[in-house]
Design a protein around this ligand. Structure first.
Ligand SMILES: NC(=O)c1ccc[n+]([C@@H]2O[C@H](COP(=O)([O-])OP(=O)(O)OC[C@H]3O[C@@H](n4cnc5c(N)ncnc54)[C@H](OP(=O)(O)O)[C@@H]3O)[C@@H](O)[C@H]2O)c1
Length: 332
């Protein structure tokens, strides 16, 4: 399977390295990449190495590169699967949405890490269209989406409550230790856990997109704009210190209620008996409430290595059963 990567930043490059190292054993080869200014059609391993050492936006300048970016470039690439590692606008879903639509219309597989285009595509198609794989968009290193789409197919899921934004969790953990918000943000940025401007994470933009994707995976047509925002991490600054002493923990959670088709994000308090009480660092977790039992899932929610590995896993999955695995909303 020939893989094209749209978005050649941190995650796109890490995936390219992984495909060079291990792609062959899964029948996957890196065929092309696109950044904001140009594209490269990889004719040799040497040119991939060249692209990996090029500065950001430098694909047009490598020996197998050319100027020109955007969905129109896809037609000339000769690929079977498109990996979407662009960082798209939460409002419009672009530039990722245009790439994803073009690839799906051409009957290609799309494997995405970019959340806005996925949330909007799910809405357009009334659920996951054939050929779309997106488990890197939520709990990137932990297969929540596969569990909901495949492992729990036919089971009745009542709700999912998740800590799905690692940056928020890292900062809330520091706030609860008495670290002031500004210092907590600085520490998260310094360690590469947060973006230089983490306000979209702390205001819940990322969490709302993930809540929308989880809800739609479960058959509820909740767009990102339909997610109820009950609070932000900034609201926690005044009262998080001292909570630990009182035997409580504060989490920024997404809650999806399947019966009411409702998704909400906000700060929630957890006592020592809650599964979300102890969640150190930037870990993610999800509590899946079924009609007859509860499943708890915990693991990494971001990081270049785990995100690239998850994209590779979706590529491997897409090759099974003609690229159309038996995925259904779990509520059916
Ligand atoms: N980092 C993580 O741990 C993680 C985890 C899960 C999901 N994700 C998601 O994965 C995606 C990629 O993350 P990242 O950290 O790799 O972001 P990034 O470093 O900012 O990379 C984004 C890439 O998109 C490219 N781009 C911008 N406009 C484009 C266009 N019109 N056509 C083609 N490419 C275009 C940029 O090109 P230039 O190089 O030319 O600027 C850049 O290469 C994001 O959506 C992110 O939310 C990331």
């Amino acid at each position: 399977m020939r893989v094209a990567v749209a978005g050649f930043g941190g995650v796109g490059r890490r995936l390219a390295r992984l495909l060079l190292e291990r792609g062959g054993s899964h029948g996957l080869s890196l065929a092309a990449a696109i950044d904001s200014r140009g594209h490269a059609v990889f004719d040799s391993r040497g040119c991939v190495e060249e692209a990996l050492s090029a500065p950001r936006g430098g694909l047009a300048g490598v020996s197998c590169g050319a100027p020109g970016s955007g969905p129109g470039v896809l037609r000339g690439l000769g690929y079977d699967a498109l990996v979407l590692t662009t960082a798209s606008s939460p409002g419009t879903g672009e530039p990722g949405l245009g790439y994803a639509r073009a690839a799906l219309e051409d009957g290609k597989v799309v494997v995405a890490a970019d959340k806005p285009p996925v949330a909007l595509l799910l809405l357009e198609h009334g659920g996951p269209p054939p050929g779309l794989f997106y488990k890197a968009t939520v709990m990137a290193g932990t297969p929540l989406i596969d569990l909901l789409r495949v492992g729990l197919a036919g089971r009745r899921v009542l709700r999912v409550v998740g800590v799905l934004n690692g940056t928020s969790n890292y900062i809330l953990n520091l706030l609860m230790e008495g670290v002031p918000l500004e210092e907590a943000v600085e520490a998260a940025v310094r360690l590469g856990i947060a973006e230089p401007d983490p306000s979209a994470d702390l205001r819940g933009v990322d969490l709302a997109l993930k809540a929308s994707i989880v809800a739609q995976t479960l058959g509820c047509p909740v767009g990102p704009g339909d997610v109820v925002v009950g609070g932000t991490v900034y609201d926690a600054a005044g009262w998080a210190p001292g909570l630990r002493g009182a035997g409580a923990a504060l989490r920024y959670t997404a809650r999806v209620d399947v019966a009411g088709c409702r998704a909400e994000i906000g700060l929630t308090l957890h006592g020592a008996g809650s599964r979300l009480y102890s969640l150190p660092g930037s870990l993610n977790a999800a509590v899946i409430g079924l009609e007859d039992s509860t499943i708890y899932l915990e693991g990494p929610g971001a990081g270049l290595g785990v995100t690239a590995a998850t994209l590779l896993s979706d590529l491997v999955l897409s090759r099974r059963a003609g690229g159309k695995p038996p995925y259904f909303p779990a509520g059916l």
